[in-house]
Write a protein that binds this ligand. Sequence first.
Ligand code: HEC
Ligand code: HEC
Length: 195
Amino acid sequence: MGRPGVLGAAGRFGLPVPRIAAVAGLVMLVAGACAASAEPGHVGSAICTACHDDIAADWAGSDHAKAWTLPDETTVLGDFGNVTFEHGGQVTRFFRDGATYLIETDGPDGVRRAYPVVGVAGVDPLQQYLLSPEPGRTQTYDIAWDVERERWYPVFPDQVVPPGDGFHWTGPYKSWEARCAECHATDPPHCRSWG
Ligand code: HEC
Ligand code: HEC
């Protein structure tokens, strides 16, 4: 009696087969969220501030607003006045070209290049800078600015590793998308292109 198998099971949950298929299709759509934007996207805070201006003003003055910013005169605290910093034989140069902040250092292949700063993390007691060694990938540079003492210093003093090592600034342990953005950014960075 009754029909056995999947249909019978579905019947017990009270869902006819076509509805199960529809639900499964929806789940698949949501899983492909970045590409298809089937789930609600990041709308930005501007659409909330019209009604919540007091909360927005409090937030703007807090460290939360500075967890991740873009580099400019108001956000960058570090000394980019063409200064060099040496750590374990590795030399970093911090300088500017007009409005662009640059960090010259060893790339993933060991070749020295000047990388533009694409993001700024934090404000106090330290500030770290984000570089993009290749499109779509953002890495945290681990010579950071000590805001109180106004000096460059290594975040991990015991780490002096070559390119290719996971702990090198170009390695997976220093990936902004994988290791930091979850807490420091709102707009999911894997859906964003740094160009
Ligand atoms: C058109 C006006 C308007 C806009 C736009 C708006 N809100 Fe609200 N929001 C309100 C009102 C009114 C309340 C209820 C306030 C109350 O109960 O005191 C509220 C309440 C809230 C609360 C609950 C606050 C609490 O104390 O319980 C949160 C959280 C919130 N809004 C977040 C947002 C976010 C995030 C956005 C933007 C995506 C947003 N709102 C956009 C009017 C707005
Ligand atoms: C689990 C959440 C979380 C993750 C992951 C995380 N952070 Fe943070 N980070 C925080 C919080 C919370 C603070 C504020 C702590 C405080 O002020 O005591 C902070 C503070 C900082 C600061 C200090 C500046 C400031 O304004 O407080 C810097 C720089 C920073 N994080 C960089 C990074 C980097 C780089 C990564 C990835 C390698 C990372 N964070 C990963 C939560 C996180």
